[in-house]
Design a protein around this ligand. Sequence first.
Ligand code: HEC
Ligand code: HEC
Length: 446
Amino acid sequence: MSVRANALSIIGRAHGLVGVAILGVAVTGCAQDLRGELVAAGVFSPRSLEVGKDDLVTLGQMLFFDRELSGSRNIACATCHLPALHAGDARHLSIGQDGARLSRSVIEPFNRSFATSMFWDGRIEERDGEIVAPLPLPEGIETLLEAQALFPLLDRHEMRGMAGDHAEDGRANELAMLDDEASEAIWSAIVARIVAIEGYRALLASAFPGVTIEDITIVHLARAIAAFESHLWELTDTSFDRFLGSVSNPPDEGAMAEPERRGAELFFGDAGCARCHSGPLLSDGAFHAIGVPQIGPGRDALHQDEGRFAVTRDPADRFAFRTPSLRNVSLTAPYMHDGAFVRLEDAVRHHLDPEGSLAAYDGSQLSPDLQGQIHFELSPLIAAAIDPEVRPLRALSDEELWDVVFFLGTLSSQTEQALGPEAGIPRSVPSGLPVDAPPSGLEQRP
Ligand code: HEC
Ligand code: HEC
């Protein structure tokens, strides 16, 4: 007997490029159940966008690494999204402008052309073909990734800084002097900085032929940054994608080892993971409360981070966070929206008994400054919100848990696994400011 998978197709939209990925696989033998589960979970290999290395990408790379984009010229996108650290910063919670912890852990932007919202709380999202964001977007923004790039620039803690701040060389932080509501003015001031630099004028002219320097806006900068992110991080060279197959490659049954295959069968079967971790990113794009302990400053006076609730004000969304993509997950510790778990097996184990895990949370895995910032007093509230669907459909043995962890390892890109510390880093940027490089002594990092 053979099961013929539905032909799934998806249209990826980025910079006017359209790609189509189709899975239409005839399956036989013991792989049949797993193949059926994969189809049911809407999983397919997302390779669809060919993002070439062109002038737009080069411009985006420079901007991504250039501290000129931050108020005090001290933080670049790459400070928190280093290619060599797999698009993240390897910290529990990122460190922002004043050296203080942000409220959330970095999201590594892999395969984002398949994302339906941005941020742990989805505050930028696509609804009925429209991009909805916390404030009006400038005309011309086409994708979620472009829209996202505008927000760290406005955020005082991430990049903009506080009134009165100065750059190391004494230059004033004019961006921080502008009102928080004056988003258009802040973006214009950033564009003014960039076009004042000769190196950028040349890069802009080749990336946007026909657009005069006077007509360059923040939308052009966002487009270039998004192109760079896609160029680097739209990756599907994983064992799992080889197993899935794609338009150009037939499925390779041997791509996953026996324990990994067993883990996949559990993941899409009895472990119940695919109820939330489904689709090409192993995420349903929806929001669930799974009982993660509150660590760090939070987002209000009580140190709470109520997640999706802050966007919708729907009590059902209290402490719910976007199901994370699991692509490259074995490379991107720490885990959860606040980096509560360092080891992948602990992040998975948490799902087996979320209430118990929350109550017994071991803060010794945190770096010393965060060990005094575990808000156990909020745990009863967080526990009350837990989605009953988190638990597996039946108890899992320790061996089964490890099989699931082995399966998660098949979602890591070969390119990412082979990255050297210098990967993706330009030798210099047009502003002449220092370029972020990965720190030595990574074990000290979180
Ligand atoms: C100070 C650290 C820091 C800096 C600087 C920073 N980010 Fe982030 N980034 C984060 C954190 C933390 C999150 C998650 C925030 C949240 O969900 O609320 C994030 C989320 C993202 C996401 C969302 C991915 C998703 O799927 O939701 C993208 C894309 C991204 N950043 C790109 C950028 C770009 C582009 C820049 C520069 C313009 C930048 N970041 C600057 C820390 C940083
Ligand atoms: C009810 C939906 C749901 C189910 C079922 C579920 N997860 Fe999750 N998972 C989530 C959400 C939501 C998060 C993020 C929670 C947070 O940060 O507060 C998450 C986080 C994770 C993380 C951390 C990823 C990261 O980058 O931080 C891993 C790993 C993970 N899940 C694996 C699994 C596995 C394996 C299973 C099956 C045993 C599973 N999940 C079942 C919703 C779910």
